[in-house]
Design a protein around this ligand. Sequence first.
Ligand code: GAL
Length: 380
Amino acid sequence: MLAARPPLGWNSWNTFGADVNETVVLEAAEALVRTGLRESGYLYVVIDDVWQADTRTTGGELQADPDKFPRGIGPLAQDIHAMGLQFGIYTCAGTHTCADRVASYGHEWEDARTFAGWGVDFLKVDFCNVPPGVDGPMLYHRMGQALRESGREIVFSACEWGIQQPWKWGRAAGCHLWRTTGDIGDGWESILRIGFRNVADWAAYGGPNGWNDLDMLVVGIRGGGNVGQDHCTDAEYRVHFAQWCLQASPLMIGCDLRQATAGDIALLGHAGLLEINQDPLGVSARRIAPAEDLWDWADLPVYRKPMADGSLAIGIFNLTERDRKFLSVAWETLGLRPDQPYRVTDVIAGQPLGTHRGSIAVPVAAHDVAVLRLFPVAGP
Ligand code: GAL
């Protein structure tokens, strides 16, 4: 299985946008190694849009912009591989990419061969400039087939923004991940829109080899880069990262790792949260019914992710503007027997919280989250 766990890596778009080039990609790869994030599992270094030249070669092949990638793509992929990393690139299902570069419509087989020849391990396929009347899912099926025939194992990442419910046909098309929404921005409203208001029926479809992709991370962007807005606070980045982990979303770092703070690196590399994200069961967390009849319960959601070892991972979110001293979760609402004792840990703090029966309450500040693991202990 090519994507038994959600793929982790770095993608150029959120920081560099159209200003991507060989130097920044190599420096991002070096930073993954230096910060230890490679050891945490962030393996894919993905070049997004605007790496291409304006035209194909006379032989009809895609080629890199010679100013940005003077050695071409193959040697860069080799350098990335030599660092113990995997190499990813981007194209589009339409005639041109979203930033108007040449793309793969009608060239799927030759482009898949080109990518395989360069040593590509991961391909993101966007959805701009698809000719009118052409069936979108069919284009992904076509590229999936072309990749299978390319002679190289390539993780296939669909980016059609969730508009045709790709969670329903993505696996059959050969996609290993599919975006669930439009583009993320570095701001609280964006995190709410993509990570909470939109978590619907697709949660049931994600799993090993076919993941719901909530879009690339904005942790550490801090208002800069290509998707800078009002920018998230540290607590809001925690909410974002915790929810992406609970949802078993692929995690593609979007910040400039050369300038990331120690706190941002610590969050991105948080072993307890990554363990939840990478759990082999691969279940996307589902929201549970509220325990109490709170007027603002919709903004105090609790998410539940069953883990392969029989424990539960729980996210207790405070999306309101007010700190809460106690947010409680009852075993019954989690689908657990009330008299069954559970050993509870606070995942983010890495602290044991003792053994509990029936329910647990924790403090959660405004725009923050508590992530717990509940491990069953010998019966009542
Ligand atoms: C968007 C896509 C972004 C990025 C951008 C590049 O359609 O959702 O993730 O790839 O295109 O132009």
